[in-house]
Ligand binder design. Structure first.
Ligand code: UD1
Ligand code: CA
Length: 471
């Protein structure tokens, strides 16, 4: 049995109340844009066609849609003349319309697949011309109100600004999620007028018009009010993100992830975690991040597109596009940049920055180092303050540090250079020539001690007194 469904998502508005240079529907929330969340939920409807109405910053929005939902088409609503006008623009672009048309607004990111499925079930079971998803809320604020007739049936939707004091007292609100019989929608769209406070064509009027024409118009109450919430300003955006955060974290904790403080833990919906992962307070996991079992992340760490192997520990670190192998130790205070790949059991310790480099299994970079465009062999050890000088001011060059190499503290390895397998570098060296296998590279001035210098040049100082005493 195939279903004939079309999805229209309205996303042409600027989102004036956000006061943002980014179009509202592109604003991010835990791994997707607001629109991205709506499209993700709508995908499960299996619609044959999905149309996103764009207007404000149309080019940017269209590019965004092409990136996140290549199956969807976009249509331009050049002037934002209201939600009804927006749907008419979409319907005209779609041409022939049949079956059910689902209309969603691009600013309701908490809408879930199961809520949409229950809503569609109710619409289809009732055989309505139109069904609207509603919710009973404590504070209906400026949302559209559901007006009912004497028998409790649907009568109309009244916008807050057009509502009488009596209607404003109604607490059942319009979520902005609708299902229409395609023919009925098309018929009423052509009759829409804009005789309201905003002078716009309201999609909400279509439902009242259908009702007055004697068609079946129904409501379906959302089980979870949160699913219907829209984000109109940044305070609402933060409230909605907090709800989404609780949902995401709740889901992970139920599948075996420990969180010391879920309220300070932000996990994008795109992240994957294994059971027995522990997340300490102040952790942010972004994008395509994956954390395997028994790994511990945090406190205070941000991981973007980073994978962390089983049993690894990442403490107070910022990692972007990095691969942390099983059993690794990262931080405290480490910065792993794109292309940093740590083999099993490796260490990138305190105040260590690694970029576009592999650190072999068991190799250690424990303190105060920069490693860029290098490969470090297994079991090598870079002493405190080792710097890989990869940039000569014009181009970047590679450094090859072999297996079990020991680099003494405060050394600079000037790329391009090779420190071969099984060699040593003396502390304080500036290595600009290759060090062959099995040898010690020393590249520093020799020490000279000037006998009696303190008595001659610093007589009577505390240092001199100490020297006298030790004679
Ligand atoms: C709308 C509803 C209101 C409902 C609320 C739920 C109408 C008239 N009002 O109000 O009943 O309670 O949503 O969140 O529908 N858009 C366009 N083109 C336009 C106008 C809007 O694409 O010409 C898009 C916006 O980008 C947005 C969505 O439609 O994604 C809703 O518009 P918005 O201005 O946020 O409507 P509300 O005032 O929230
Ligand atoms: Ca809105």
């Amino acid at each position: 049995m195939s279903v004939d469904r079309t999805v229209i998502v309205l996303a042409a508005g600027q989102g004036t109340r956000m006061k943002s240079s980014l179009p509202k529907c592109m604003m991010p929330m835990l791994g997707r844009s607001l629109l991205g969340h709506v499209l993700f939920a709508a995908e499960a409807l299996g619609a044959g066609r999905t149309m996103v109405v764009v207007g404000h910053e149309a080019e940017r929005m269209s590019a965004h849609v092409a990136e996140i939902a290549p199956y969807a088409a976009t249509v331009l609503q050049a002037q934002q003349r209201g939600t009804g006008h927006a749907v008419r623009v979409a319907a005209d672009a779609l041409g022939e319309l049949s079956g059910t048309v689902v209309v969603l607004y691009g600013d309701t990111p908490l809408l879930r697949r199961e809520t949409l499925a229950a809503f569609m079930g109710a619409h289809e079971a009732a055989g309505n011309s139109a069904t609207v998803l509603t919710a009973e809320v404590a504070d209906p604020a400026a949302l559209g109100r559901i007006v009912r007739d004497a028998d409790g049936g649907f009568e109309s939707i009244v916008e807050f600004r057009d509502a009488s004091p009596g209607q404003r007292a109604i607490r059942e609100i319009n979520s902005g999620i609708y299902a229409f019989d395609a023919g009925a929608l098309r018929e009423m769209l052509s009759k829409l007028v804009s005789d309201n406070d905003q002078g716009e064509e309201y999609l909400t009027d279509v439902l009242g018009m259908l009702r007055r024409a004697g068609r079946a118009v129904g409501t379906h109450t959302a089980e979870d009010v949160d699913d219907t919430l829209g984000a109109n300003d940044r305070a609402q955006l933060a409230q909605l993100q907090a709800i989404m955060r609780d949902r995401v974290n709740g889901g992970w904790m139920r599948s075996g992830v420990s969180m010391d403080d879920p309220s300070s833990t932000l996990v994008d919906v795109t992240v994957r975690l294994e059971p027995d992962v522990t997340l300490r307070p102040g952790v942010q996991l972004r994008g395509d991040t994956v954390v395997e079992s028994h790994a511990e992340v945090g406190p205070d760490s941000t991981l973007v597109d980073t994978s962390v192997g089983a049993g690894a520990s990442v403490v107070r670190a910022h990692c972007v596009g990095a691969v942390v192998g099983a059993g690794c130790a990262v931080g405290p205070f480490a910065y792993l940049r794109p292309g940093a790949v740590l083999g099993e059991g490796a260490k990138a310790g305190t105040y260590v920055e690694v970029k576009n480099s592999t650190v072999g299994s068991g190799a250690k970079v424990p303190h105060l180092s920069y490693v860029g465009d290098a490969s470090i062999g297994a079991d090598a050890n870079l002493g405190a303050g080792t710097i890989v000088a990869n940039y000569d001011g014009v181009a970047k060059h590679r450094t090859d540090i072999g297996e079990a190499v020991f680099v003494g503290s405060n050394s600079v390895l000037v790329a391009p250079v090779t420190v071969a397998d099984g060699s040593y570098v003396a502390a304080g060296s500036a290595i600009a020539e290759d060090v062959p296998s099995g040898s010690l590279g020393v590249a520093r001035g020799r020490q000279h001690n000037s006998q009696g210098w303190v008595a001659k040049r610093r007589p009577g100082t505390k240092t001199d007194e100490a020297a006298q005493r030790s004679k």
